[in-house]
Ligand binder design. Structure first.
Ligand code: GAP
Length: 454
């Protein structure tokens, strides 16, 4: 079994990620976070917010609605152009994204993004690309499908209006540009960030949570003077990688990938790729969007997006540098980066998730050596739970309990023994080095806080 399959199994068995609607045999491309996974993803989102809002001078957060005025999606170009090339297997009737089919078949050696429909059809025919499900190579022509999910609003059937579930969070930032600028008295350059759900009617060949139909994005739009925009573009490329390294990624597992085909309005665009066990794949994007978004919203809403420089009185529509990363895709990458199988001196193997302590689901596990130490152990648990996510385990041998915590990446295990009752000290075992030290209970809060600092 390859590492990717082992990670998927670990996620299911250790309460990290489950198949969505599991008891109904699942709904394709949907996934639910379990008790351990929700902590992991929330912690990741917290580090992102800290880096890109809290510690980033002149950046402001928003939380816009998923449902937006239909004109937003006309202005953004999604109604007209957010299309995916789909192809059906005539034999088993399974539908695929033609681009993903080609990229997976070629093991990412071919970039289908830059191919026309005719070129994709030709490639599939020439290489007799088989259907991943039934193995036959018997395909329909390629058709386009708009990837936006739609729903309708209105009290009666006659009064229905088509509205869309947002396919990206970015538009919530663009439509609030004027509101944020005025209410926060913001001067250029400044940023607007948000974390929220996005929806895309993707047909994908699996790969767990890598590409799903409902996912969370963490997006940051930096509004700036056109002359300064290329410098900021380079700055955000750097910041994107620095952030990933700060939460535990090895630099050698990340690389830049310039877009082969730029959107007609874009001045530059670059992805950061991560070395997933399934190959090098996009983790985040940094896009120089020029003044496209604000100009289009000015045109469609009739509201002026012109910014007047308070020092020079210059007037212009700001340029935008966008940095966008999927919270779910990042969580998957974090799991892949942290996963390790370590050979131990006694010949045993332990599975361990080496999360950065700041994003580890539980910071500490409380393990009483014997059940009759439960009162003291509960006392320590209750005291620490006021400040940290703590878990408790009194079942099985201490070795087995350590292994269970290693598998969910708990950085510190605290054992309560009979000495604890006499001298108020406990043993703390470090997940990565497996070294143990003795510490007074009164010093635990400070010790843990330092260890999980971000
Ligand atoms: N506003 C720009 C934008 O949405 P994108 O490249 O389409 O750009 C940005 O998406 C990021 O969102 C990707 O780099 C990826 O991390 C994540 N993402 C996009 N589609 C996804 C999907 N179907 N499932 C999971 N994550 C996705």
């Amino acid at each position: 079994m390859g590492n990717f399959d082992k990670i998927v199994n670990l996620c299911k068995n250790r309460g990290i990620i489950f198949q969505g609607s599991d008891i109904y045999d699942g709904l394709a491309n949907t996934w639910d976070y379990g008790p351990v996974g929700v902590e992991l993803k929330n912690n990741i989102k917290r580090t992102w917010w800290k880096k890109f809002v809290q510690e980033s001078a002149n950046s402001f957060g928003v939380d816009a609605d998923i449902l937006m005025h239909p004109k937003v999606w006309e202005a953004s170009g999604h109604v007209e152009g957010f299309n995916d090339p789909k192809i059906d297997c005539k034999n088993c009737k399974t539908r695929y994204g033609a681009d993903h089919l080609i990229e997976d078949f070629s093991k990412d050696k071919v970039n289908a993004d830059i191919m026309s429909f005719a070129e994709m059809e030709q490639y599939i025919a020439e290489h007799k690309v088989p259907c991943p499900k039934c193995g036959k190579s018997n395909w329909t022509n390629i058709k386009t499908f708009n990837m936006m999910f739609s729903t309708s609003r209105g009290l009666t059937d006659e009064n229905q209006n088509l509205i869309y579930l947002r396919p990206e969070t970015a538009q919530g930032e663009f439509v609030n540009f004027l509101n944020v600028q005025r209410s926060m008295r913001a001067k250029l350059p400044f940023g607007i960030a948000q974390i929220g759900k996005a929806f895309r009617n993707e047909v994908t060949p699996g790969n767990f949570t890598f590409r799903t139909i409902e996912f969370e994005q963490m997006e940051h739009q930096w509004f700036c003077k056109p002359e300064d925009s290329m410098n900021f573009y380079e700055e955000f490329k750097q910041k994107a990688v620095d952030y990933l390294v700060s939460i535990g990624f090895k630099r050698e597992n990340l690389r830049y990938h310039d877009h082969d085909k730029l959107a007609f309005y874009a001045k530059a665009a670059c992805d950061v790729y991560y070395n997933f066990p399934i190959g090098w794949k996009e983790l985040n994007g940094v896009h120089h969007r020029g003044d496209w978004d604000l100009s289009r919203h000015q045109e469609f809403s009739g509201k002026s997006m012109i910014y007047t420089d308070p020092f020079t009185n210059e007037k212009y529509i700001p340029n935008v540098i966008e940095y966008s990363i999927g919270a779910d895709r990042l969580t998957l990458a974090v799991l892949c980066e942290a996963y390790d199988e370590e050979k131990l001196p006694d010949g045993d193997t332990r599975v361990v998730l080496h999360f950065h302590p700041a994003i580890a689901p539980y910071k500490v596990a409380i393990l009483p050596l014997q059940k009759n130490l439960g009162d003291k152990a509960r006392e320590v648990y209750n005291a620490l739970a006021k400040n940290f996510m703590v878990t408790y385990d009194d079942a099985g041998s201490i070795g087995k309990r350590y292994r269970r915590q290693d598998e969910i990446g708990t950085p510190m295990c605290i054992t309560i023994d009979f000495d604890t009752l006499n001298d108020n000290t406990v043993t703390i075992r470090d997940r990565d080095t497996m070294e143990q030290i003795r510490l007074n209970i009164n010093g635990l809060k400070d010790y843990i806080s330092k260890k999980i600092e971000y």
